[in-house]
Write a new protein. Sequence first.
Length: 127
Amino acid sequence: MEVARSAQSRSTGQSEKKKLKNSDGKVLMKKGEKIPVENINTPGKTTNVDASKYAAMRAALLSVLPKESPGMNQREMMDAVAPHLPESLFPGGSTSGWWVKTVQLDLEAKGVVIREQGKPLRWHQGS
């Protein structure tokens, strides 16, 4: 994933709007764009977070999270997503723990991720 300035901002000198691109050059989203996320523990409340970091963590989490029980506990999720994160967004894994939890709680609120009963807490993908 790379960051590229739009042609308009280069030619006009106006404030730069950076766009995140994948390796094929497809624009994923503008740098600094925010999206609302939910939290299963506080229904009805949303918080705006960085869309590019959310998207990267969501993709990483869903790529490693099992589709059936038994799922993963929190530590297993954090360890499993680490190799799937872009260094440009999470240098040295910085803040990845917070993002794993934020995305997990949002996806849980949306029914994409299921919290299993029992201890330790475990999660897997919904059907």
